[in-house]
Design a protein around this ligand. Sequence first.
Ligand SMILES: Nc1nc2c(ncn2[C@@H]2O[C@H](COP(=O)(O)OP(=O)(O)OP(=O)(O)O)[C@@H](O)[C@H]2O)c(=O)[nH]1
Length: 515
Amino acid sequence: MKWSCSDVLSSAGTPPARDTLVVNENDLIQAIASDGIIRVAGLLSLLMPESGGVGFGVKGLDGRYRLANRMLDRLLCQGSGRVDGRSESDLLPAHLREQLARCDQALVDGAPVASTEVLLPVDSVSSHCLWLKLPILGADGKLKSIASIVHQVSQPHPTTAMQQTLACLEQANQELRRTVVELEQVASTDKLTGAWNRRRLEESVRTEMDRLNRYEHPLSLLIVDIDFFKVVNDQHGHATGDQVLRELTKLLHDTLRGTDSLARWGGEEFVVICPNTRRVPAGELAERLREQVAGAIFPVVGQVTVSIGVAECSLGESWEDWFARADEALYQAKGSGRNQVQLAPAATTADDAQAPVAANFVHLVWRSAYDCGDEVVDRGHRLLFANANGLLSAILSGHSADGVDAQVDSLIADVLQHFGDEEKVIVAAGFPGATEHIVLHRELVAKAAKLVDEYRAGKQGLGDMFQFLAYEVITKHMLGADRQFFPYLRADRPEVTSIQPASSSRQPPWSHRLP
Ligand SMILES: Nc1nc2c(ncn2[C@@H]2O[C@H](COP(=O)(O)OP(=O)(O)OP(=O)(O)O)[C@@H](O)[C@H]2O)c(=O)[nH]1
């Protein structure tokens, strides 16, 4: 059988571009098998397997296929018949024939390869296929036949198509997730130092506080503030100040545990949240941080120190109150000379929290060590503690001026009563310093009366008056001067009922205001 190149080209209606080549079939088969004439050496064996998913065929110059694998049969005959012996004009619609004829023409014109993309129905579903054409040349270098490699570029099976779509979606989703994480990162971190920002820290704090309230996992807070940072800026410039902030962040970060959270709270202030950490270990951690900072050499500025306030969160405490306690401790650290750690007192218990007084402020707590052993004196002392707390409660809870006034009157009445009782007791006990003690009482009472009058005249602040009553008159006097007579108060002391009440022997300066 003889083929001519004009047959190949006839499907596209294009005239032959060069001399017609004539070969017989056996020569062609031999030519295909010969490495010498097939440029795509080794490709045939690779593409021929049926399972390869690649259609392969060779057509002669008359346009008829002489070789075709099963996949090409499937692609071009849709399951009915074989490609062998048939031409592309027999097998394909006109628009495809034209596309393929243009490829043939390119090879006839000497192109080493030609390709086009076609839509072929595979298993009743249109499938994008890449159709690659390669020239098969004779020993003389002339075109003898054309090899076709047809490869599906989109999978026609609906499930596979869906899988591809899902894979694309998954990839898009991953990219989206990465973007969200990046955006989140930008929104959560402080630009200068890379530490968490305030917003991110507060989010984390809420979660940790939930864990505390639900599982009672302890939780502590450190506020770290650079000492005299203004001086750093003033002496070395803002850029150096920024560098110090970055270096400090790194130093703090390297010293903290992975579970601790570090945030730049603002300016030169940082906050560390330490989950599962009680007050004392948190203080130890703070001390380690302080030491690390004080021992480091910062570029340009040399030594930098920090002051740190520490507070452990108590059950049911609000973030604001907890933070305020740590801040108060920081304030003390600054006030006591800086470059140091201060721990806020342990917060109140739930019982205390129910009490009207802001207990972690100046709540006066009675301790058994304050007892002198005399029932009358001890009862008076306890009563004065309770009264001072009552006054503080009235002040802090925003009672009206009348409410506060009533508390002041009540407190002073009890002070007078107590001083009188105590004077009787110490005189009866033979305390040698009784006279001086009574004078001390009168001085305190006179000063308190003056302060109260000034407060009522608007010349004295409420805080100063409270300070004097609670600390000078009650706490300090009781824990200082009163302790001198403790050794004289014995169970075998003389009876006190016969002693004239001290209060009746003197006029309290503000008695006109007392009930
Ligand atoms: N370089 C730099 N300085 C800042 C930044 N934020 C706040 N500051 C400076 O930090 C300084 C804080 O000064 P102060 O509040 O007086 O505190 P301090 O000088 O550290 O004094 P103490 O805290 O009392 O020890 C100010 O000079 C601010 O300008 C910042 O992002 N970069």
